[in-house]
Structure formats: structure tokens, C-alpha cells
Ligand binder design. Sequence first.
Ligand SMILES: Cc1ncc(COP(=O)(O)O)c(C=O)c1O
Length: 416
Amino acid sequence: MLTYEEIVALEQKYLLNTYARYPLAIARGKGVYVYDVDGRRYLDLLAGLGVNALGHAHPRIVKVIREQAAKVIHVSNLYYNEYQGLLAEKLCTASGLDRAFFSNSGTEAIEGALKLVRAAGHATGGPEKCILIALENSFHGRTMGALALTGQAKYRQGFDPMLEGVRFVPRNDVEALRNAMDDKVCGIVLEPIQGEGGIQESSFEFLQACRQLADQHQAALIFDEIQCGLGRTGQLFAFQHFGVVPDVLCIAKPIAAGLPLGAFLAKERFAQHITPGKHGTTFGGGPLTCRVALEYLAILEDENLLEQVRRVGGYLSQKLRELVDKFDIAVEVRGVGAIQALQLTVPGKPILEGALAKGLLINVTQDTVLRFLPPFLLQEKHVDSGMRILRRLLADAQKQEKAAARAANSTAPAVE
Ligand SMILES: Cc1ncc(COP(=O)(O)O)c(C=O)c1O
């Protein structure tokens, strides 16, 4: 087995320089824990960026992967396989939408959804009906279409020109949305809870206005639930938490328990505009990933995990709020269930690094937001051990912040 230093050296020499990785090489995982190449254990409150909802090495997932890998892994979409239709049926029945397309990732689900609503727009309103409305501070992925919908300059910089025809409005601003809408709009795209954007929830009023304006202008309402969906809110779909039903739903991350699979689901009214040859993929919807996704959904039910997400998520919110009460540098708790954030007034990176050194995996987004996307297997005792580490780190960070403020005051010139 390679040492940590050998792994890093190889990557530095041969990989495209896309990732600023943290100093951890993970060798294996079990439940809510991962282990590094030297055998050190870490409590995983990030779950591979929201993917490993069933934790690591779930015995039922390991079993179906073994079984299916020995039968057939890939057949292409030229032929039928036993599991794609079963998975589509399950997702459509659970969501109330009509048809599914399977991709290999979240960003590809978004690309497909984009093509679908543009095709529907062209068919119903001519080529001018092609405008998309997206939200400021959103994140929809890194491919060119998804990037064009992503309302954060830092992700788009250097990649112009973007796809044309996207209008951005601020989240929860009904007036701005109303002003941006007209009959040229073919779709409104949004994350019900913005993930990369710092765990920012849409208001019910805003989502209702999106629904009403989309209907009024024969546009599709597209929810990107790639991060917040498939159980993370404590409901199978985030839209069930908010009570507003989309026409198109994009999902990915946890669906195949760590294997690459994404999907978009669509109402028939929009789905009918995609016909053979208009869209496709070599890998998406293969028998291995679809069978594992069926097992993922079965495990959520059998182990009553949505109930656990609601219960432990409530406990996590309460414990995070206690941090806000205790520390001046922690100011707000956002999110629900297994998608939550602690807003700080100071950079989160040193706290993340401190947590890593103490055996805890969390994430920072938007510089000052600690993000938690734990596995659904999380229990109250795990929250307690995570909070013990965070309390110590926040206490240190606050002490340093106050010392720096005192030093700045003592060197500031006296004001007459
Ligand atoms: C809301 C949202 N949409 C889209 C994506 C892109 O998904 P992927 O990285 O699987 O392409 C992400 C990834 O983090 C996401 O959080």
C-alpha cells in the first residue's frame, strides 16, 4: 500500500491541478467513520460531500454490488436492463412525476433537464421560448450549461462565453422574479436549499410564486435537489418538505450509495418533447448503479432512516444553536435534517483544519460557513462527539479573534 507522502507526490505530478485537497488520504470506511492510510479514525459529518448517506461499507450495499458485478455491470442504452425501469418506477411513484432519465452525475442531470425544457419551450412557443431563470448564489455544476445557471462569479470566471439566455434573480425576491418572467421563459431553475451557497433556504412564498409564474407562462419549474434531496431534509424529496411540486426534478449524490448516478424526473407535459436521438448517455442507468439505487431506497425504508434524519437532525440543530448562544463568532444555524450550517463571523478554514487534526470531517463553504452533510446513520452520540471537538475549536478561534482585536485597538492611532 502507498504511504500518504507517495499518494500526494503522484497526484501532484500527474493530476490536473483542480483540487486543493486537505491532508488526508482515506483508505476505508465503516458506518459513520472513515480511516486514513495510517489507520487513524475520523467521524465523517460530510459523507463525501453528501453522497454517502448510508455511511461506508453498508453490508446490504456491499452485497448487491458483489452480486451484480458478478452478473453484469454495463450493457449500454442500446439494450434493456432489468433495473432501470424498476428504479424509474420507484422514483416516479414516490415523487408524482412521470418519467426519468438517468445520467452519471448531478451536473449531467442538470444538462439533460436544460435540454428538456428548451425542447419543450421550442415546441410550445417557438425558438424564442428559450430563456432560463436561475438564482443568484446558486450552484448547479461545472459543465458549461450547468455553469451558465450557476449564479456565482467565482465558478464562471475565465470560461466565457456562457450559454445565452439566462436571467438571474435573488433568492426569495418575488418582485425580481415577477419582473424577470415573460412568455419567453421556458424554465425556472433553483435549489430549494442552496448548498454550495451556504445552506440558504427558499421561502415557501417564493417557491409558491415560482410555481404560479411558471404555470402562468407555460414554463417548467425545475428543482435541483442534487444536494438537498433523496432524504437529506428528512423527507425523500426536499420539495415535500416545502410543499411545492416541480415539473422537473434533478437528483444525484446519494442515489447509488457512492457509485456515479444522477437523474432528472419530469412531468409528461415536458417529458413528451424528448424523443429517441435527442438525448442519451453511454453509462447512465446501467444495471449495477440502478440496482444499487433500488437497494439504497429500500434501505431508507427498512431502516426508517428518514425518521432518524428528522430526529438526529433536530438534535444537531439544537446543539449548533447552543454554539451560537455560547460563542460570539457563531451567529446563525441554517438548514434542516442532514443538511445544516453554522454561520461564523470568522473564516471557517482554520476550524475545519483543527477538526481534521482532531478526527472530525466537516466542510466550509462561502469562507465563513461550516457545512454539515452527515450520513443518515448519524446518532445523537456522534453529534455529541462532533460538538465536543467544535466547542474547543470555536473557543480557541474566539480567543484569537479577541486577542487580534485588542492588538489592533492598542496600535490604532488615538482619535482626537
Ligand atoms: C445543488 C447541486 N447541483 C449540482 C451539483 C453538481 O453535481 P455533480 O458534482 O455530481 O456533477 C452539485 C454538486 O455539488 C450540487 O450541490
